[in-house]
Design a protein around this ligand. Structure first.
Ligand code: ZN
Length: 165
């Protein structure tokens, strides 16, 4: 069958930036398995896969806006340590993540990561590490099947490469 919404797709993939920098890849013998149409992979990749079938080998370019989004300068900010709860202040370190509201977009929650601490200043970014990157995927589709009604109820794949429960 061809890839449509609610199909279960198994595929090998490799992804890099447009500049050729390696980002991620499936491991040999461990394909990525996902339920199509449920936001389990990035939009731009999923839409390029629609209509394709097992055996297809594809090279797909996905623009940043259809991958991890453009860089939002408003999300690279410096905040004072005192902005954090008292008991969190002494534990702040690089890599620490927290959710907070977007500085100017009301009711939009963003995951921020601490990128550095300089005295009382904490440098944080709410941009995904791959924001602003155009991505290049190489995909080999191994299997396409219809999801079971149970998988559709749960919104995820069962069995190999999926949930076991
Ligand atoms: Zn389940």
């Amino acid at each position: 069958m061809n890839i449509v919404k609610n199909a279960v797709v198994s595929m090998n993939y490799k992804v890099g930036t447009a500049a050729g920098e390696h980002v991620d890849a499936s491991q040999p013998g461990e394909p990525l398995v996902f339920l199509c149409g449920h936001s389990q992979i990035i939009n731009g990749l999923e839409s390029a896969l629609l209509g394709k079938k097992a055996g297809d080998k594809l090279a797909i370019d996905v623009a940043a806006k259809d991958a991890y989004g453009e860089v939002d300068d408003e999300l690279d900010i410096k905040v004072n340590k005192s902005m954090f709860p008292k008991d969190a202040q002494k534990n702040l370190q690089e890599g620490f993540q927290f959710r907070a509201e977007h500085p100017t977009k009301e009711k939009t929650e963003v995951t921020f990561t601490i990128h550095g601490i300089e005295g009382d200043d904490v440098l944080v970014s709410g941009n995904h590490p791959l924001a602003g990157e155009n991505l290049h995927f190489e995909v080999e589709i191994l299997e396409v099947r219809a999801a079971s009604s149970e998988e559709l109820d749960h919104g995820h794949v069962h069995g190999a490469g999926g949930h076991h429960h």
